[in-house]
Design a protein around this ligand. Structure first.
Ligand code: LLP
Length: 434
């Protein structure tokens, strides 16, 4: 088990004491840094709350995945929903990634950073006419179709625009994957995809239209999955669907396994990527299928932290509350999923340990970032970093309580660049009619 930040000895060089590669967020002389930038300097310059990302961590995660996929013919389509900032999309596009998008907005972002449309897949159960038209106009690799109704709409829009639509059917493989129920997607009770029997029927129906071309079979079983087996079961299902098609003269090229690769938030073992890749390779050997994966969290999750400042410390007979200037509107995951994010002080020194709730300023009891957490004592004015928030952090932020969304900063070595300023109150009210 990795030691928590509280227990790690101060790191001096590029490696932590046990010679793991350097963590994106680490201490030097008891000051928390992102790469070579002190986070107190970031707070000083840009204020709080602020999301801070490590460029090296994002690229490192992408390259590790790409290396471990190695000889499997494959395409990594980064799942834009995890963190859709243009700067991150551009970085990943330059590194060779394609994109998984789920809305016209995400498609527009991918197009904005110059993504190769031939590397964009479009998922989602509720695509609108405008979104389908945008995908057709861009000439994307494929629409991952999730219902008979969507296939019919795709056909009619392709016909209307005179552009053939390439598609995959998203199969619901009915696989149980242990994760939070809100982010499990691969069982028959979930709204996603179609059962494999129906998938076969959709491919048959599509084969009768000159405006539709089957390119793949797709699935996505959920998010933050730590076990290898559910992925391999799902792959077996779509492989079965794709192979059965051959007897009907439909040949698909791509098997899209979706995303969901689980990372470490606390003490959990992250998904054993090497074992997953081994299992995939064994199944695809001797076939001509190409693999698509749609990782989001695994690329950006550990590359981001949210910097917050302690406003007040409150104690009563039962509880210690640390009130910080970031709330559930800035980071929704603890409230929405009860998820755990490590919270560490920017300045590390020996402190008495207390059991605390770290809470935000919002007028809801659900507004917490940590509950019953053992942490070193802190005082008003201290800075805290909430870790592993690079995925599903900023993208889920809202303006609840008329709170402007945080600033975002990208760190590259010794450089910290403001990549999105904190929202201004004027922005929030600009289009309202009083
Ligand atoms: N592909 C599809 C079709 C998806 O629906 C998703 C995530 C992904 C790929 C990327 O999954 P990832 O590799 O990031 O696990 N807000 C939640 C997570 C929702 C995931 C939704 N779909 C959270 O904060 O945990």
């Amino acid at each position: 088990m990795r030691l928590s930040f509280w227990e790690l000895p101060p790191s001096e060089g590029g490696e932590t004491a046990d010679h793991e590669p350097m963590e994106p967020f680490h201490y030097l002389a008891d000051r928390l840094r992102c790469e070579a930038v002190s986070l107190d300097a970031v707070a000083e310059r840009f204020g709080t709350p602020t999301y801070v990302y490590s460029r090296a961590a994002i690229l490192g995660n992408y390259r590790r995945l790409s290396t471990s996929l190695g000889r499997i013919p494959s395409l990594i389509c980064y799942s834009v929903k995890a963190n859709s900032h243009l700067c991150i999309l551009r970085l990943l596009r330059e590194a060779g990634a394609g994109f998984d998008v789920v809305s016209g907005g995400e498609l527009a972002r991918a197009v904005r950073v110059g993504a190769d449309p031939g590397r964009i897949v479009f998922s989602g159960v509720g695509k609108t006419v405008a979104e389908i038209d945008a995908g057709l106009a861009a000439g994307i690799l494929m629409f991952n179709v999730e219902s008979a109704g969507e296939l019919d709409l795709l056909e009619s829009r392709a016909r209307a625009l005179g552009k053939r639509a390439d598609f995959a059917v998203r199969v619901n493989p009915d696989v149980v994957a242990e994760t939070h129920p809100y982010i499990s997607t691969g069982q028959i009770v979930h709204k996603f995809g179609v059962p494999k029997e129906e998938a076969a029927e959709l491919y048959r129906r599509a084969a009768r239209s000159e405006w539709l071309r089957a390119r793949g079979a797709a699935c996505h079983i959920g998010s933050q999955i730590l076990e290898v087996e559910p992925f391999l079961k799902a792959l077996d299902e779509i492989l079965g669907v794709a192979q059965a098609l051959k007897s009907t003269d439909v040949e698909v090229e791509f098997l899209d396994l979706g995303g969901g690769y689980g990372i470490r938030y606390a003490a959990e073992q992250p998904l054993a990527l090497d074992r997953l890749v081994e299992g995939i390779a064994a199944r695809l050997q001797g076939t001509s299928f190409r693999l698509i994966v749609e990782p989001g969290r695994a690329i950006v999750g550990d590359a981001g932290a949210l910097l917050a400042r302690v406003l007040f410390v409150k104690r009563n007979q039962q509880k210690n509350f640390i009130v910080v200037d970031a709330g559930m509107n800035d980071l929704m995951r603890p409230t929405l999923y009860g998820s755990y994010h490590e919270i560490v002080p920017v300045e590390r020194r020996s402190r008495e340990k207390l059991t605390v709730d770290v809470v935000g300023p919002i007028c809801e009891t659900g507004d917490f970032l940590a509950q019953d957490r053992e942490m070193g004592d802190v005082a008003p004015g201290n800075l805290l970093a909430i870790l592993t928030v690079g995925a599903y952090g900023y993208v889920l932020a809202s303006n609840y309580n008329t709170r402007p969304r945080p600033a975002e900063v990208m760190v590259d070595g010794e450089k910290a660049e403001l990549i999105r300023p904190r929202e201004r109150l004027d922005d929030l009210m600009a289009d309202e009619v009083a």
